[in-house]
Design a protein around this ligand. Structure first.
Ligand code: CP
Ligand code: NVA
Length: 309
């Protein structure tokens, strides 16, 4: 049987994605109560990082340890990947030794090629075009603070990047409305809006229009990993898209603010927003751990792990 992969949110159904949120919250409660839960004892996760990471690396590694398994870190600098071994060959070899693989890379096609040749589930730990694990944490965080996200209005402000694309998929899967406030030339993938957004996504040129009445305001860096050369040009283009307290005042009174981190205070978000009363960024970061533990269990054990508790 071919393994299930998690390369984008579209790899799972709405029901499965909702299950992951419930399960992530259960696993969080178990950990909060100090209850050991070693459903993945003996399982090994491979983590291939072609870009830097703090949260993704630590949450996957700690998550596997907490579930009774372990994780192996690989980077191009110290593996044969950096010396040109084909990704297909790497996939064939790693997937004969490991139980699940997480990859953070540049082109999304590399993940797809790896998954095509892998015997075990492959998880996207961020590519140039998607960051689905972060969305699991974001949705869990919204649900914990405000209840169901279905029917709510979410505003994405800034670059139409990997995170924004995953928000578009999440709007389709979790049934919320999404307004994207992006400058011309930096919009998200239009095909994704057409095919997956299911009439739930609007593009606004004026960020104030995007945030008006929103229940959740989200932003991200202006220059993603791999775009460092464009930093100064992007600072110029995105200056009107900084999330400020004035912008948050246009959102719903109880609106939440999220950022996947790392953040640049004074660039894409002002300090009084990210460190202010609307912000839930620390819960959001923590939930990477719980949401991904739910994902790992789901990909390796199906939804039976939850039933066994
Ligand atoms: N949000 C996120 O993916 O953080 P890292 O780059 O630190 O993994
Ligand atoms: N859009 C950012 C997200 C970092 C977690 C990047 O790709 O660098």
């Amino acid at each position: 049987m071919r393994p299930r992969h998690f390369l984008t949110l579209s790899d799972l159904t709405t029901e499965e994605l909702r299950f992951l949120i419930r399960r992530g919250r259960e696993l969080k409660r178990l950990r909060d109560h100090g209850t050991a839960h070693e459903s993945l004892r003996g399982k090994v996760l491979g983590m291939v990082f072609e870009k830097s990471s703090t949260r993704t690396r630590v949450s996957f590694e700690a998550g596997m340890a907490q579930l009774g398994g372990s994780a192996v870190f690989l980077s191009p600098r110290d593996s044969q990947l950096g010396r040109g071994e084909p990704i297909e060959d790497t996939a064939r070899v790693l997937s004969r030794m490991l139980d699940v693989v997480m990859i953070r890379t540049f082109g999304h096609d590399k993940l797809e090629r790896f998954a095509e040749h892998s015997r075990v589930p492959v998880i996207n730990g961020l590519s140039d075009s998607h960051h689905p694990c972060q969305l699991l944490a974001d949705i869990q965080t919204y649900v914990e603070h405000r209840g169901e996200i279905g029917g709510r209005m979410v505003a994405w402000i800034g670059d139409g990047n990997n995170m924004c694309n995953s928000y578009i998929e999440a709007a389709g899967r979790y049934h919320f409305q999404l307004r994207v406030g992006s400058p011309e030339g930096f919009e998200p993938d239009h095909a994704l809006i057409r095919d997956i957004g299911e009439g739930r996504v609007d593009i606004c040129r004026d960020p104030m229009d995007a945030v008006r009445g929103a229940d959740l305001v989200v932003t991200d860096v202006w220059a993603s990993m791999g775009q460092e050369d464009e930093q100064s040009e992007r600072e110029r283009v995105f200056a009107p898209y900084r999330v400020t307290a004035a912008m948050m005042a246009e959102a719903a009174g109880d609106a939440l603010f999220m950022h996947c981190l790392p953040a640049h205070r004074g660039e894409e978000v002002d300090a009084d927003v990210i460190d202010g009363p609307h912000s839930v960024v620390w819960d959001e970061a923590e939930n990477r751990l719980h949401a991904q533990k739910a994902l790992l269990e789901f990909l390796l054990l199906g939804d039976t792990a939850a039933a066994a508790d």
